[in-house]
Design a binder for this molecule. Structure first.
Ligand SMILES: [Zn+2]
Length: 164
């Protein structure tokens, strides 16, 4: 994703015009302008994010303002770290092949590419263990509806939590 720089004059003009519409006849204070700048910048980022449909993180995060990292907070550093790694799809178990300059691993149970998505949602061999811990079928719902301790419990049941 490449963002083209926006000339400051254009940005200020857009914000100023918007401010005039909503604050006609009043003086514009910085405290009124700052949220409008933040909203405008967020909308630009969201547009770029929406255009990145093929990005694997779209399944986890639709709206850029949403803070998923707060889920699992206070449950311990190891769990928080594991959840962050799972959300971005980068764990030692699934990505270490890049550092070792090896081929991407395949699931020994079903011979599919071994990814976080595969472990958490797809692998038919893990289905019984998965059902024991949660019943969602996509990553979006998994990271919102399932308690992080259930996800970790699932990974422990599989014996892969130590390598997350
Ligand atoms: Zn599999």
């Amino acid at each position: 994703m490449e963002l083209k720089p926006i000339p400051v004059e254009v940005l200020l003009s857009l914000i100023y015009q918007d401010s005039l519409r909503s604050c006609s006849g009043k003086l514009i204070r910085w405290s009124d302008l700052k949220p409008k700048i933040n909203t405008y910048i967020h909308s630009v980022w969201q547009k770029h994010w929406d255009a990145e449909g093929a990005n694997k993180l779209h399944e986890v995060l639709h709206n850029l303002g949403e803070d998923l990292h707060r889920r699992g907070e206070g449950a311990g550093r190891k769990l928080e770290t594991a959840m962050r790694r799972l959300r971005v799809g980068h764990t030692w178990r699934t990505q270490s092949y890049l550092l070792k300059n090896e081929q991407q691993p395949f699931c020994s149970a079903c011979d599919s590419l071994y990814t976080v998505r595969h472990i958490l949602i797809e692998c038919p061999d893990f289905q019984d263990t998965r059902r024991k811990n949660f019943s969602v079928t996509d990553l979006y719902r998994l990271f919102r509806e399932v308690n992080p301790s259930r996800i970790v419990g699932y990974l422990k049941d599989l014996g892969v939590y130590g390598n997350i």
